[in-house]
Design a protein around this ligand. Structure first.
Ligand code: NAD
Ligand code: UDP
Ligand code: UDP
Length: 336
């Protein structure tokens, strides 16, 4: 037989004259809420090839349906707690359930995802020389004793509570990122994400904005968890995605807070949703869960200065965009 190998088929992307700026980008957790919006944004650039690795624990193929079959897109069913062997230039590492009801559902799996999952993605980054961005969280500040939270604050975190699988998990993930950076010279980026909302959030995922909007549309009372004076700052997902891309392509490792500094009590949020969606809806105060942080608001000076980034969409502008998406998914038409 003829043992001569056929010449390798050149990848249309690798072969292009724009080779230098082509990027192969892995997004772990890309079938989730923030990840799928990140996919949309990165796919807009024709030089990007996007690979999603997701185990569909809280994400869904539905969030990516417009890209399935696209020549620059690939979707892999993969659990990040297992090794992954592929060739990429960038890794956006998002895989991890973000909503308390999901991350508390199987806390051991959550911590494995944070620790072993991040270790695997760092091993991958090391082998192929990719730059890796971790989506950490404002929860690393715990129930903060400093307000607003700056990146140099070390946090006030309970190591043995029901939230610890998530917040301590993310703290270890940050540690791993810096140890791979110092020990192996890996290029790292860490975003500390504050509460983010927008279309495609899981309708029943238990987070406050999705709960209130779904409740208002179903004509149910809005469940304000006691005391209702606790605060959060809500960032619209398009702003979040722009911040993550700026961080990835910028020069700074971080950690950098990415969030919207507009701060609201949960009672104010409920009143706003009521006013925007249905003035007849009622509010009811219900029992809270343990270790609920009393206040949270990002100091985004670093993001402004180092990334030239700040959020553009206010809560009053963002809520109606999410309402529209929830109406479609719940099949609830707008009243005249
Ligand atoms: P999400 O639950 O919608 O998305 C997470 C995705 O990760 C899902 O698609 C899920 O299936 C996938 N996943 C979970 N475990 C996995 C595993 N072991 N292997 C492979 N895939 C796995 O959540 P989100 O809101 O899009 O959050 C994305 C990231 O941002 C998470 O890392 C989260 O911790 C972080 N974050 C989010 C917020 C927020 O307000 N949404 C706040 C702070 C940090
Ligand atoms: N890893 C991976 N993909 C790769 C390279 C490594 O998933 O392309 C995993 C590997 O299985 C290991 C982890 O990343 O569990 C850490 O890899 P590293 O090379 O840093 O450590 P070692 O393999 O020496 O323990
Ligand atoms: N919350 C609420 N009603 C709900 C769900 C949550 O009042 O139906 C409150 C919760 O007590 C917390 C805040 O909203 O103070 C944000 O909770 P969420 O689970 O959305 O995110 P967290 O910031 O706690 O991760």
């Amino acid at each position: 037989g003829d043992h001569q190998k056929a010449p390798p088929t050149p990848s249309p992307l690798r072969n292009s004259k724009f080779f230098q700026s082509n990027m192969r980008i892995l997004i772990t957790g890309g079938a989730g809420f923030i990840g799928s919006h990140l996919v949309d944004k990165l796919m807009e650039n024709e030089k990007n090839e996007v690979i999603v690795a997701d185990n569909y624990f809280t994400g869904s193929k539905d969030n990516l349906k417009k890209w399935i079959g696209h020549p620059r897109f690939e979707l892999i069913r993969h659990d990040v707690t297992e090794p992954l062997l592929i060739e990429v230039d960038r890794i956006y590492h998002l895989a991890c359930p973000a909503s308390p009801i999901f991350y508390k559902h199987n806390p051991v799996k959550t911590i494995k995802t944070n620790v072993i999952g991040t270790l695997n993605m760092l091993g991958l980054a090391k082998r192929v020389g990719a730059r890796i961005l971790l989506t950490s969280t404002s929860e690393v500040y715990g129930d903060p004793l400093v307000h607003p939270q700056t990146e140099d604050y070390w946090g006030n975190v309970n190591p043995i509570g029901v939230r610890s699988c998530y917040d301590e998990g993310k703290r270890v993930a940050e540690t791993l990122m810096f140890d791979y950076h110092r020990q192996h010279g890996i290029e790292i980026r860490i975003a500390r994400i504050f509460n983010t909302y927008g279309p495609r959030m899981n309708i029943d995922d238990g987070r406050v904005v999705s709960n209130f909007i779904a409740q208002a549309l179903r004509g149910e009372s809005l469940t304000v968890q006691a005391p209702g004076t606790q605060t959060r700052s809500f960032c619209f997902v398009s702003d979040m995605v722009n911040g993550l891309i700026r961080l990835m392509e910028g020069e700074n490792t971080g950690p950098i807070n990415i969030g919207n500094p507009g701060e609201f009590t949960m009672m104010e949020l409920a009143e706003t949703v009521k006013e925007l969606i249905d003035p007849d809806v009622k509010l009811k105060v219900v029992e809270n869960t343990p270790d609920d942080p009393r206040q949270r608001k990002p100091d985004i000076s670093k993001a402004k200065e180092l990334l030239g980034w700040e959020p553009k969409v206010s809560l009053r502008e963002g809520l109606p965009l999410m309402e529209e998406d929830f109406r479609q998914r719940l099949g609830v038409a707008k009243k005249n």
